[in-house]
Design a protein around this ligand. Structure first.
Ligand code: ATP
Ligand code: MG
Length: 299
């Protein structure tokens, strides 16, 4: 079982049409046909959108995305047009709203990995490949790969897992030319971001991008290089051969998996609300990632 513990009702704003309630973001279309993406403070773990929110999370992730977009535009244009909150929207939308260019989305989750862990590690342990790409012997959880790899996945519905697919499968779905462009752009953006993060003491282990087309050109969409779409590891604690500490929802996952939560993640009851202390520590982690990367203090 999975899904929303409590599915939120969309906020009604005059002039906006509600399009979609995602796990984390709410999407609207404005009168000019632009896409309005509002990042909530919702969080998901073990395929559930939890009942407890992490205060400011949507704002922190939105500001971090914007910070990255600016540092990538010479490699690929991005979709953000404005951050102005639409007239009549709740004051709480400030800082968490992106007005975006509507794109023809490419139905591929473009993942780049520079380090081995997660679903990549699982596949590697089975047959020494990730997304069908052969890798050398001797790698372990957290190992740096000989060079970063493009490991695409297909997008799943709420509550389902994304599925890793081969490059050939992507080429079949979107055409050889687009597949090549996705791979090249994903790896060049990853390389840039990895270097920037490394300078700030953070390992960007892997990350996911979404792209779309506008006027025939590829545009970077969605959110980018946030703890929700990436694995960030504190460089000083990196030690292959174990699960790496990370700047994300690990605190939540650990608590949910512990006896303290009383929750059986393989059963079919929804997860319980988080203790305030767990939510607060998670917020602090997101803030730490933001502050380390951008070098600015969160106001
Ligand atoms: P989740 O990411 O939690 O699995 P989701 O993808 O359904 O859920 P969100 O990520 O919250 O929901 O919503 C963002 C949606 O908007 C995604 O479907 C994404 O592909 C789409 N999107 C992002 N940027 C654009 C854009 N510029 N034009 C059109 N669609 C976009
Ligand atoms: Mg999404």
């Amino acid at each position: 079982m999975s899904g929303f513990v409590e599915k939120p009702e969309p906020v009604e704003v005059p002039g906006l049409v509600h399009l979609h309630t995602g796990k984390v973001r709410d999407l609207y279309r404005d009168a000019e046909g632009r896409l309005v993406m509002v990042a909530s403070d919702r969080t998901s773990a073990y395929d559930w959108v939890l009942a407890t929110e992490i205060p400011d999370k949507g704002r922190i992730l939105t500001q971090l995305s914007l910070w990255w977009f600016e540092r990538l535009t010479d490699l690929v244009p991005h979709h953000v047009l404005s951050t102005e909150v639409p007239a009549g929207a709740p004051a709480d939308w400030e800082g968490r709203t992106l007005i975006c260019r509507p794109l023809e989305m490419v139905p591929v989750e473009c993942v780049a990995r520079g380090y081995l862990t997660g679903s990549g590690l699982a596949e590697y342990e089975e047959n020494r490949t990730v997304c069908g790409l052969a890798l050398p012997e001797g790698l372990t959880d957290g190992s740096e790969l000989p060079s970063p790899i493009f490991t695409p996945a297909t997008k799943a519905e709420v509550g389902e897992h994304d599925e890793n697919v081969s490059y050939e499968e992507v080429a079949r779905r979107v055409g050889a030319e687009t597949a090549a462009l996705l791979r090249q752009t994903t790896l060049s953006v990853y390389g840039r971001a990895r270097d920037i993060a490394r300078d700030r003491g953070i390992i960007l282990a892997d990350t996911k991008f979404e792209f779309g087309f506008a006027d025939g050109g590829l545009v970077l969409a969605d959110e980018v290089l946030t703890p929700d779409s990436s694995r960030f590891w504190p460089a000083e604690d990196w030690e292959p051969g174990r699960t790496q500490p990370s700047f994300d929802k690990q605190i939540i996952r650990n608590w949910l998996a512990s006896p303290a939560s009383g929750w059986d993640r393989h059963g079919d009851t929804p997860p319980p609300p988080l203790p305030a202390e767990v939510a607060e520590r998670t917020r602090a982690k997101y803030l730490e990632a933001y502050q380390r990367l951008t070098g600015t203090k969160w106001e």
